[in-house]
Ligand binder design. Structure first.
Ligand SMILES: [Zn+2]
Ligand SMILES: [Zn+2]
Length: 308
């Protein structure tokens, strides 16, 4: 690796990296504090009040960032279910960091591990193994799961710009916060009748971040508990209509565990998969290509799975 790039892999992530396959110990209270504070901060909507603008802004921030998480962190970085240019790959990564779900390499590395050990002992977040709380929140607050296991993401780790996003995963969320404040102030001063302010928009933006987190986490927890099985698999993944709506298609989780390398997760016409529809539009626009739309033959499927 070039010397100038070494700072990207500073000790920040090295602590405990060799322990990633060990059984997680417990929640680290010092990691839980900022998590709880963020939840409390989102309650500031009670003081800043609501306006039609700030509420719609929160909805917009939820839907757009849910798409970034499922289309980019999950279907692109974790499973490589389509291709794009190096520039768009960076833009996808930068947009997805605004979800405040850490960096692309961290997200993909942990998710690939989940698929490799689904609901087995080494699964990083299995409600079957560790219960609902651990699979939903606990694992994120454990020291063992803080480092990025680079060995699982060597295909992504070779891009310096992705390592940069992974190292400075807080940068884009802060920029988004500043932008949200600025937009709120601007709308409030240009159109006083909207009763909007910068802090009001930031509060609603925070609330949308919290809801976004719990909806994403519900795939790790609830989608391995509640729903029905389309395919009989060794894991406990389920298809769940409500979760599929809330997460723009991720709720077809049993389908996804059966065909992890497919770009689509809804396999039947009524299995609504909003993310897939938007990705088809992006394909039409030439932004992405080579979408894996059909299940590949079993042997090939297994081979791809092994690669991850
Ligand atoms: Zn799963
Ligand atoms: Zn997956």
């Amino acid at each position: 690796m070039h010397n100038a790039l070494k700072f990207l892999d500073a000790d920040y992530f090295s602590e405990g990296a060799q322990n990633v396959l060990e059984k997680e110990a417990a929640v680290n209270p010092s990691r839980a504090v900022p998590f709880v504070l963020l939840h409390l901060a989102s309650l500031s909507v009670l003081w800043t009040g609501a306006s039609a603008f700030s509420v719609w802004l929160a909805v917009f921030l939820y839907v757009s960032r849910m798409f970034f998480v499922t289309a980019f962190y999950h279907r692109y970085f974790s499973h490589r279910t389509y291709k794009t240019s190096r520039l768009m790959q960076f833009i996808f990564g930068a947009l997805a960091t605004t979800s405040v779900q850490r960096g692309p390499l961290w997200w993909a590395a942990h998710h690939r591990r989940h698929h490799k050990y689904s609901d087995e002992e080494n699964d990083v977040h299995s409600p079957v193994q560790e219960g609902f709380f651990w699979s939903h929140i606990g694992w994120i607050l454990s020291d063992n799961n803080m480092p990025t296991d680079y060995s699982r993401v060597s295909d992504l780790n070779k891009f310096a710009e992705l390592r940069f996003l992974n190292r400075f995963d807080w940068l884009c969320p802060i920029l988004l916060g500043i932008l949200t404040y600025a937009v709120g102030e601007m709308v409030g001063s240009l159109y006083p009748s909207t009763r909007t302010s910068g802090w009001q928009c930031v509060s609603w933006g925070l609330l949308s971040t919290i809801v976004l987190f719990h909806a994403t986490a519900a795939i790790n927890s609830l989608a391995h508990i509640f729903g029905y099985k389309e395919f009989e698999l060794s894991d406990n993944s389920k298809n769940n209509f409500v979760l599929a709506i809330v997460t723009m298609g991720e709720g077809w989780h049993n389908n996804h565990h059966r065909f992890p390398n497919l770009v689509r997760q809804g396999l039947k016409w009524w299995q609504i998969d909003t993310t897939y529809y938007i990705l088809l539009l992006m394909e039409k626009l030439g932004i992405i290509w080579d979408l894996r739309k059909a299940p590949v033959i079993r042997e090939r499927q297994l081979a791809l799975h092994q690669e991850q």
